[in-house]
Design a protein around this ligand. Structure first.
Ligand code: ATP
Length: 758
């Protein structure tokens, strides 16, 4: 690598040209910055002036001035900050390109675009723009790229990558394919570079996913460290850039596995120009969208039991798994049908005002069951209520006017027809009295007819309704005839106490969606899901139903499916659920060294999923080391920790199989004065302590160096342990240490790590 960069720096004239170009860009940015500074000052002055005016004169203009100017202030401020950030590294690449029929161009690609105010010359082109695709996608020579519905062609003469730090050009290099290039290797080696610098080295196959069919769902099976999270975040950025006009970022949701993960990606999104999108977990989203607040059982509790007792601890009638299946959705559909029929029967009565039939119940029932069947049940009721109200209004007017006419008629007839004055007076008075009593009564009744009629349709209480479903024996017999008596009993037994688990959320959300409908505020139009292998099919189906969209970007890895006792174990069913989805795979790992990946691949090979081995990008590191120890010795761990630190690594994690072990080891380490902290769902990342991480929480994270300790319980050759171990191994970027009584504790044999005993 050094040789390559050296060559580019010593090519003096070309290097000089590039320095000048960078200077020109920076100078122009400087001018813009100055202008925005001036704007800022002017705006500040104006605000001050308006404030002063406020004191003396009662001027609403001043209020308006303050409001408008604070908005300007905000805008200028935003611009200033983003310009300052960009100035340090205005661009990372350049393409020398000629679009067919046009002049040759040198386009500089950066994280945001910049045009000259007067000449409109593109000084920097945004990485998300259509032409930038050429950089990621095209080899040199004849190329084509899509712009909206058209395909443009052209000739790509060269691609150049720059190393710019703090506004200074350090080097550049010309590349053909971005794969395996030096910059990529330099980058993928740094933990602190994190996600945002990756735009420079996005690979062709990653780029294809980022830019794939924005109006179609996609599903990605990607190896550990293949950039799934990275891609999902860049796809959001690309999505908003391309479709921003039609989308409010608030209608975009990213579902992360836990709070920790949200924190992990939280800093990155604004840097990618993504703000205001909803970042949440499935549990949090469902509770917000349904308004049902639950005390959920820790979803990892069950995992921990399985880890400790093995998968055999799971009963063959595995309720969490059932609750994640589409069969469970069928049961709920049957339940909803019963609810619907009960409500429909309430339409058997017609709508009357006094003795006048205003609407036939059968007509309303038909609306409810047929015409409006596409709507959530209570939305149909609301619609029908409006119809009844309108109809009552219209018909009551008609009733009143015909009644009035009838009384006038009758009174007229009595007046002219009855000869006997007493009889005449009596009859007329009777009619008048009757009219004066009926008309106001009918008028009053008409006002409340719709409300009174619709009162019978009580609003469902979803939580209670679902509890009934979980506990009512007779109902269950009716709903689940497929289950044996014993299975029904097991199901009922499991729910005698009111406890709520993650796998109940899909059901609650589904019931809520079908009965009440999802409110606009929570009706996301586009969903991004990371770690999708941890979802159940019903979780995805319920979301799809509630949101009435299939615009999902789903990324995951079956090899890391540590929750597979209740979640997905294959992708076919997901593809059946999303028939419009495009499926992609990613096999290369950008995180882990070749040496570490070799070990992880050994575990991958043992898995039942038959997944292809992971190909590490060409980055070598130290051989993983086995440290033999009979028991957990804090001193020994500290020595190891210190020596890893001396190798220049900052983020170091000690991964244990279970939370109990993690807590125990943290205590021992702290007692021995070693700065260590257990990572929990609520932890903040960063800091300079040794992080003790239970294996199931390590998923999605990465560290410079990882120590895997196994003393109390070894990793067994079971589906779940293989996955936990695989997750632990693939968290390491540079160095890996296995500490325990024997290699067998890590499902490895002597040969695997020959000669690496410390
Ligand atoms: N094109 C790239 N250039 C440089 N670094 C990359 C690239 N793609 C991914 N990386 C780096 O590889 C590492 C893994 O990426 P990421 O966390 O997105 O992978 P993942 O597939 O989500 O992993 P896992 O499934 O193990 O959680 C990160 O450090 C990321 O910065």
């Amino acid at each position: 690598m050094a040789e390559h960069i050296e060559r580019s720096t010593t090519q003096q004239p070309e290097f000089q040209k590039e320095v000048e170009r960078l200077e020109y860009t920076k100078q122009y940015m400087g001018e813009l910055l100055e202008a925005s500074q001036r704007d800022l000052r002017a705006v500040q002055d104006k605000i001050k002036e308006s404030m002063a005016n406020l004191e003396y004169i009662d001027s609403s203009d001043s209020y308006i001035n303050i409001l408008t100017n604070s908005r300007f202030f905000e805008l200028a401020l935003n611009q200033k900050e983003s310009l300052e950030a960009v100035k340090k590294k205005p661009y990372f690449a350049r393409i020398h390109f000629q679009r067919t029929g046009e002049l040759e161009e040198l386009l500089y690609i950066g994280k945001t675009s910049l045009f000259h105010n007067e000449t409109f010359e593109p000084i920097i082109v945004d990485w998300r723009s259509p032409v930038a695709n050429v950089y990621y996608d095209g080899r040199l020579g004849e190329i084509s790229y899509p712009v909206r519905d058209e395909v443009f062609t052209g000739h790509l003469f060269s691609k150049r990558q720059y190393k710019i730090e703090d506004g200074e050009l350090l080097s550049f290099q010309d590349v053909d394919l971005t794969t395996n290039d030096d910059l990529l290797q330099a980058l993928s080696g740094k933990a602190d570079v994190r996600l945002t610098e990756i735009v420079a080295t996005i690979q062709k196959e990653q780029n294809e996913i980022i830019r794939a069919h924005l109006k179609q769902p996609i599903l990605v099976q990607g190896a550990a460290g293949s950039g799934k999270t990275t891609i999902a975040l860049h796809r959001i950025s690309y999505f908003l850039y391309t479709m921003g006009e039609h989308f409010n970022p608030e209608q975009l949701m990213i579902l992360a596995p836990n709070k920790l993960f949200i924190e992990y990606i939280g800093d990155v999104l604004p840097e990618l120009g993504v703000e205001q999108i909803c970042q949440t977990t499935y549990a949090e989203y469902v509770q917000n969208a349904t308004g049902i607040k639950l005390k959920l059982q820790n979803p990892n509790e069950q995992l921990e039991t399985i880890v400790e007792e093995g998968l055999d601890a799971l009963p063959s009638f595995n309720i969490p798994q059932i609750k994640g299946s589409l069969f469970y959705r069928n049961l709920l559909d049957r339940y909803i049908k019963i609810h619907e029929r009960t409500l429909a029967d309430l339409f058997n009565e017609d709508v009357f005002i006094e003795k006048y039939r205003i609407m036939r119940g059968s007509h309303l029932k038909k609306l409810f069951l047929e015409e409006f069947a596409y709507m959530p049940i209570e939305k149909r009721i609301e619609r029908i209520k409006k119809i009844v109200q309108t109809e009552v209004k219209r018909k009551s007017k008609a009733v009143l006017s015909s009644l009035n006419t009838r009384y006038e008629d009758m009174i007229g007839k009595a007046l002219s027809g009855l000869r006997d004055p007493d009889k005449r007076r009596e009859t007329v008075t009777k009619f008048i009295d009757e009219r004066d009593e009926r008309i106001p009564k009918i008028t009053a009744e008409a006002k409340s007819t719709a409300t009174v009629y619709m009162k019978r349709f009580e609003k469902a209480k979803i939580k209670q309704m679902y509890r009934k479903f979980l506990t009512d024996r007779q109902l269950l017999q009716e709903l689940a005839p497929e289950w044996t008596f014993e299975q029904q009993e097991k199901f009922l037994q499991a729910h005698t106490k009111e406890k709520w688990a993650l796998e109940d959320l899909a059901a609650l959300y589904y019931l809520h969606a079908k009965i009440k409908g999802i409110q606009d505020q929570w009706k996301m139009r586009v969903v991004f899901i990371d770690e999708v292998q941890d979802y159940s099919l019903f979780q995805l189906a319920a979301l799809q139903d509630g949101l009435e969209t299939d615009m999902f970007t789903m990324v995951g890895d079956l090899a890391q499916g540590i929750h597979s006792y209740r979640s997905l174990t294959e992708w076919d069913s997901v593809l059946d659920l999303f028939p419009r989805a495009n499926y992609f795979t990613l096999q290369k790992s950008y995180r882990t060294t070749i040496e570490i990946m070799e070990i992880a691949n050994k575990i991958l090979k043992k898995m039942d999923e038959d997944l292809p081995l992971v190909e590490p990008v060409v980055r070598h590191g130290n051989e993983p080391t086995f440290v033999q120890a009979e028991f957990f010795d804090p001193e020994k761990i500290n020595e190891l920790y210190q020596s890893i630190g001396q190798n220049g690594h900052k983020s170091i994690a000690l991964i244990c199989k279970t939370t109990a072990e993690a807590t125990h080891y943290a205590k021992l380490l702290n007692k021995a004065g070693v700065p260590a902290e257990t990572l929990s769902d609520e932890s903040e990342l960063g800091g300079d302590k040794l992080l003790i991480v239970p294996s199931h929480l390590a998923k999605g994270l990465e560290f410079d160096a990882v120590i895997i300790a196994a003393f109390d319980i070894p990793y067994f050759d079971t589906a779940i342990d293989r996955k936990l171990l695989y997750v632990a191994l693939t968290r390491a970027m540079h160095e890996l240490y296995l500490v325990g009584p024997g290699l067998g504790f890590f499902l490895l044999d002597e040969v695997s790590l020959a000669g690496n005993k410390a």
